[in-house]
Design a protein around this ligand. Sequence first.
Ligand SMILES: C[S@@+](CC[C@H](N)C(=O)[O-])C[C@H]1O[C@@H](n2cnc3c(N)ncnc32)[C@H](O)[C@@H]1O
Length: 193
Amino acid sequence: MKDKFILDACCGSRMFWFQKNQPNTIFQDIREYDRGFIDNRPNRELHPDKSGDFRAMDFPDKSFKLVVFDPSHLIGKPDGCRMTKTYGSLNAETWQSDIKKGFDECWRVLDDYGILIFKWGNHDIKIKTILEVIRKEPLFGHRTRNTKKQGTHWFCFMKIPSKSEQSQQISTTIKSSMISDCIEKTNAMEKQK
Ligand SMILES: C[S@@+](CC[C@H](N)C(=O)[O-])C[C@H]1O[C@@H](n2cnc3c(N)ncnc32)[C@H](O)[C@@H]1O
């Protein structure tokens, strides 16, 4: 098994990571900043392992068992303010298609039965709206009926293959195990000769 099976598609300063250099993870972001880029957080830096755009990633399909997607969720904040420096910001014209492309790319690089964790802060864009934008239903996550309640929301998705894909995978597994059985038996017979 290859050793990088987790992707953080837009890691920022890895603030939510307990294991900030988790060895099985690729930390990606489109921005890069040296220590001190935020005036009141002198130790904070933003150095991804890989500089990349979540809207068009160059990983092959089904590369990761776990993908975490925590894109910028702020819109219309001034460029140089602390919040924008910390979290980046959405483009007012294109944010819907940017987030949809990012989510679809995360889904593409996720392996079958893999898990996608999506985090969203509903300060500027409501949860209902963002779920409509990504057009996929989470398995579970934060549910709030109070639309005024602001905060961080986590959602869990799993890439469960369709029934026909599942049965195709099962028949492929059965076929390959029958072939290896056959090879083993032939080898054993050859040895007995
Ligand atoms: C909410 S912050 C991530 C915070 C991070 N999870 C943490 O724990 O510190 C969102 C990040 O998405 C990055 N980002 C925005 N657009 C991106 C894109 N198209 N491709 C990759 N990263 C992007 C921003 O640079 C920003 O660092």
